[in-house]
Design a protein. Structure first.
Length: 247
């Protein structure tokens, strides 16, 4: 490895599986000191067994007091990777108020809590990079049965641009990643929950112009660039990595 992130301290949410885990591993392999958080203690335990040098911590990033308590223990953080997300299936007619509130709490309020807790540290060191996981299903593209998911992921794009604008003079960059459909344990769960899992799998693949799903490792590669000093002139941008879905 080229150690593109050597000596950087990086905090990651939803690091127990999927995109978060792949990114935690990729950052670690590029020389970063990784602080991996997740609400799932079992997946974190597995990550720690596989990569003993990664610090793991059980954290519900939708819990304000828990976020503030954990982040207060950290001295400097160079990169914050916000990866927490939940996919609600259905139209507005399928979305009850509790579904709306839960999706916003998980997908956007968690980023609000984490970013607000970490930004003062970045301001003090006059440098930082914040990377938020959005989705192609957002303000970029409307997808069927992704009403509240797409709404929250669109909010992340606005959130990203606002942070980038407000803290530009502090050398703090904020960018978003907008994946298409990625093969993750979360995706596997949605497929298995479908009435016809085999058909659901075919349908997911069919809507990808390249004829395949993305991989978590492909998303992690883009995250490495945005976390590194190579992207110092890049901020406020939503980077689509979707196998052609948005063209």
């Amino acid at each position: 490895m080229s150690k593109r992130l050597e000596n950087k301290k990086i905090l990651i949410t939803a690091a127990g599986q999927g995109i978060g885990k792949a990114t935690a591993i990729a950052f670690h392999n590029e020389g970063a000191k990784v602080f991996a958080t997740d609400i799932n203690e079992e997946t974190l335990k597995t990550l720690k067994q596989e990569y003993p040098n990664i610090d793991v911590y059980k954290l519900d990033s939708t819990n304000k007091s828990a976020v503030e308590e954990y982040c207060s223990q950290l001295t400097t953080i160079d990169v914050l990777f916000n990866a927490v997300g939940f996919v609600h299936h259905g139209t507005i007619l399928d979305c009850d108020e509790k579904d709306w509130d839960f999706s916003f709490d998980v997908n956007i309020k968690s980023m609000y809590f984490m970013t607000k807790a970490i930004l003062p540290k970045m301001k003090k060191q006059n440098k930082g990079s914040i990377i938020n996981v959005s989705s192609i299903a957002s303000s970029l593209k409307g997808l069927p049965n992704r009403f509240v998911y797409g709404t929250t992921k669109a909010a992340i794009i606005g959130f990203t641009k606002s942070i980038a604008s407000d803290f530009l003079k502090n050398n703090i960059r904020c960018n978003a990643i907008a994946p298409g459909t990625v093969h993750t344990p979360s995706w596997e769960g949605r497929v298995q929950a479908a009435d016809n899992p085999e058909q659901a799998k075919k349908d997911f693949i069919a809507r990808q112009p390249m004829g395949r799903l993305g991989t978590a490792e492909e998303i992690a590669t883009l995250a490495i660039y945005l976390a590194s000093d190579e992207s110092d002139f890049v901020t406020g941008i939503t980077h689509s990595i979707d196998g052609g879905m948005s063209i």
